[in-house]
Design a protein around this ligand. Structure first.
Ligand SMILES: [Fe+2]
Ligand SMILES: [Fe+2]
Length: 215
C-alpha cells in the first residue's frame, strides 16, 4: 500500500512528466512554426550559398563585360556584338530539322545576345542621339528593334522543327545585318565624330555599365 508521501511523490513525478511532455510538445510547436535552435547552421549555409552564387554571378558579369570593355570605345563594343549575333545566326543556318536541341540552344543564345545589345542601344546610345538632335535615326533604329522582337516571338512560336524555320532565320538575319550596317557605316561614325573625347568616354562607360547588368 502506498504511503501518503509516496503517493505525493508519485503524483509529483507524474505532473513533472506531464510538464516535461508539455514543454517538449511546445518545443515541437516552436520548431514547427519558427526557426528552432538547429536552424542556425542551415540559415547560415543558405546565406553563404546565396553569397557564393551572387559572387559567382558578379564575377561572371565582370569577366564578360571586362572582356567587352577591353575591345575599346562604345561603337567598337556594339560592332563586336553585331558580329557575335551574326555568327550565332550562321550556326543556326548550318543546322537541319533533326537538330532541334541545338536549334533551341542557339536560339536562346541569340535571344540573350540581342536582348543585351538592344538594351545598351535603347538605354544609352539612342537617347544620347536624340539629345544630340538625331531623333530621326534613333526612332528609325528603335522601330527596327521592334521588328527584331517580332522575329524572336515568331521563331519561339514556330518551334525548332517547323519546316520554314531556316527560311525565317535567314529573313531575320538579313534584317539584323542591314540594321547593323546602317549603325556601323552611318549612324555611329557620324555620332562619334560629333562628340569630343570626354563625351565619347562617357557613352563608352554607360554602355559598359548597362552591359554589365544585362550580361
Ligand atoms: Fe540597333
Ligand atoms: Fe546595334
Amino acid at each position: 500500500m502506498a504511503t501518503r508521501t509516496q503517493s505525493r511523490s508519485s503524483n509529483r513525478d507524474s505532473s513533472d512528466r506531464s510538464r516535461e511532455s508539455n514543454r517538449s510538445s511546445r518545443g515541437r510547436e516552436r520548431s514547427a512554426f519558427s526557426w528552432g535552435e538547429g536552424a542556425g547552421p542551415i540559415i547560415a549555409a543558405a546565406i553563404g550559398g546565396a553569397a557564393i552564387g551572387f559572387a559567382a554571378n558578379y564575377g561572371r558579369k565582370a569577366l564578360l563585360q571586362g572582356m567587352e570593355a577591353s575591345i575599346g570605345d562604345w561603337d567598337e563594343i556594339l560592332t563586336a556584338e553585331h558580329k557575335e549575333a551574326l555568327a550565332i545566326f550562321d550556326k543556326m543556318l548550318a543546322t537541319d530539322e533533326s537538330q532541334t536541341f541545338k536549334r533551341k540552344m542557339l536560339f536562346m543564345k541569340l535571344c540573350h545576345a540581342l536582348d543585351k545589345h538592344a538594351h545598351e542601344e535603347e538605354m544609352v546610345v539612342y537617347p544620347a542621339l536624340r539629345q544630340a538632335n538625331d531623333g530621326y535615326d534613333a526612332d528609325q533604329l528603335e522601330v527596327e528593334h521592334g521588328h527584331v522582337k517580332t522575329f524572336l516571338f515568331e521563331l519561339e512560336q514556330m518551334g525548332p522543327d517547323a519546316p520554314n524555320w531556316l527560311e525565317k532565320v535567314r529573313e531575320f538575319r538579313a534584317l539584323v545585318a542591314e540594321h547593323a550596317e546602317m549603325e556601323e557605316q552611318q549612324v555611329f561614325p557620324r555620332f562619334k565624330r560629333s562628340m569630343d573625347e570626354e563625351q565619347n568616354a562617357n557613352i563608352t562607360s554607360m554602355v559598359n555599365k548597362d552591359g554589365f547588368w544585362m550580361a
